[in-house]
Write a protein that binds this ligand. Structure first.
Ligand code: FIX
Ligand code: ZN
Length: 456
């Protein structure tokens, strides 16, 4: 749809129907519900990538967020208590050695049958299944007296055609397109395979390579080669715990890799650099992908980067709620910094609400309110008792589709009242607002501002 600009735009504004304060809530709700969002960062790949695109009840229930919750309630086991002598309390190693349906049955029993699925990740499964029309099957599964409880749901998913299911999920999630951001160091190309996914080149671990450089497969050290193969929209890296840009005597690798690899390629290829900040990988390694933690990061290095590389655009999300404020301040100072999403541990309604409110107050519409990060747990299984090498751990990710449904439904739900309240205050302050204004703003918050940032 062509955008109006200049005098025509101003004339159109004058003719637009103005909103009274009582109409604001309903109009915002409709606009947020209907807007086609851009999902800036997911770990999804198109169906052409075969079993790299996963969906279904077993994938939903073995999402690492839920596996972490399972092990919060499992008895603390010693070697002797493990599944080798009984089925009820597997150690993480035992659990990851099981076939997925068995893992999913245990997660379901512990978190949905024995307990009320109140957490955000649990509620997400309920929302997803309900919106896929599987609510009755879910409720029936809970009422079954013993495992297996998920057979009917499993059968339904197994009967779906991958492409049709992808269409359905994108329709339900109301997505324009999603960043197929986690090709990571896989050898499969991600470009051109689907109208729904667009390649972000996630080079996770490159900046973190100080610790695991020895385990790299070589190609990770040649991001230019990956850029040529993948033709990404942006380069992506997550910073390691305690990341600082200043090279240290002990090891300059993180800063040097950032400078020598990512920043160099970003400048040469004119690509934005997307950074995810604040994860502490392997806080509890036994839990594999579910064992990553969070830290409050020092963001002084981000200031240095934004100031030192004015021609590079930085897309940044932070994992600690504590860092959100400083990130907003930095985005106000540097036009080459765009804030996106409420990542992972921030992807809870309470934090989305607070963060979005603060961003509206500090950034107006110049940010991207959410991304889904839809994904499953690592598909790698490893021999019992061995710690996963960080680089391999991230090489072998599986991607799950259905999470898009709940992540976008819950995010829209969280953003709506916050935005409506902000408009009400603006009207009270004396501003005139039309429905078209709200539509435009919502479009910006759900992906338009990201596209404008990339284009500027
Ligand atoms: O690094 C990332 O992109 C993270 O999204 C993942 O590593 C993380 O495991 C995740 O799934 C968060 O939502
Ligand atoms: Zn991610």
């Amino acid at each position: 749809m062509a955008r109006l600009s200049g005098p025509r735009c101003i004339a159109a504004r004058h003719m637009a129907k103005l909103l009274g304060i009582d109409a604001v809530d309903a109009v915002v709700a409709r606009c947020v519900r209907d807007v086609e969002a851009i999902d800036v960062h997911t770990h999804l790949l198109p169906p052409t990538h075969g079993n790299l695109l996963l969906w279904g009840i077993d994938e939903l229930l073995t999402y690492h967020y839920l596996v972490a919750e399972l092990f919060m309630v499992m008895p603390c086991v010693s070697e002797e208590d493990s599944v080798s002598v009984g089925d009820t309390a597997p150690s993480p190693d035992d659990f990851y050695g099981w076939p997925k349906p068995r893992q999913a049955e245990l997660v379901f029993e512990e978190l949905f049958v024995k307990r009320t699925p109140l957490s955000e990740a649990c509620r997400g499964v309920v929302t997803t299944l309900s919106r896929l029309g599987r609510g009755e099957q879910l409720r029936a599964a809970v009422r079954l007296p013993s495992r297996p409880r998920l057979t009917a749901l499993r059968d339904w998913f197994a009967a779906q055609d991958a492409s049709d299911h992808l269409e359905r999920v994108f329709r339900l999630s109301k997505l324009k397109y999603a960043g197929a951001g986690a090709a990571e160091r896989r050898r499969e190309p991600v470009n051109g395979a689907s109208s729904h996914t667009s390649g972000g080149g996630a080079l996770d671990g490159v900046a973190a390579a100080a610790a695991d450089a020895a385990a790299q497969d070589g190609a990770a050290g040649r991001p230019d080669e990956w850029v040529r193969r993948i033709r990404p929209i942006y380069l992506m890296a997550s910073t390691p715990a305690g990341f600082t840009y200043t090279p240290t005597a002990a090891g300059p690798a993180a800063a040097e890799l950032l400078e020598g690899a990512l920043l160099r390629v970003a400048m040469e290829e004119g690509l934005p650099l997307a950074l995810k900040v604040g994860a502490v990988r392997g806080a509890n390694p036994a839990l594999q992908a579910g064992g990553d933690g969070v830290e409050v990061s020092r963001l002084d290095w981000l200031r240095t980067l934004c100031a030192g590389y004015p021609s590079v655009k930085f897309l940044v999300t932070v994992l600690s709620a504590v860092n959100q404020h400083e990130l907003c301040v930095l985005a106000r100072k540097f036009g080459n910094l765009h804030v996106y999403g409420c990542w992972w541990f921030c992807n809870n309604p309470s934090i989305i609400e607070t963060t979005t409110r603060m961003r509206l107050e500090m950034l107006g519409t110049a940010f991207t309110c959410q991304h889904s990060d839809a994904r499953a747990r690592d598909s790698s299984s490893r021999p019992s008792g061995t710690a996963p090498a960080p680089s391999r751990r991230r090489l072998l990710r599986a991607q799950v589709l259905d999470q898009l449904v709940y992540k976008w439904a819950h995010s829209r739900e969280a953003v709506t009242p916050v935005l409506a309240a902000q408009y009400r205050k603006l009207l009270e302050a004396g501003w005139l607002l039309s429905e078209a204004d709200v539509e435009r703003d919502v479009g910006l918050l759900f992906g338009g501002a990201y596209e404008e940032f990339l284009a500027k």
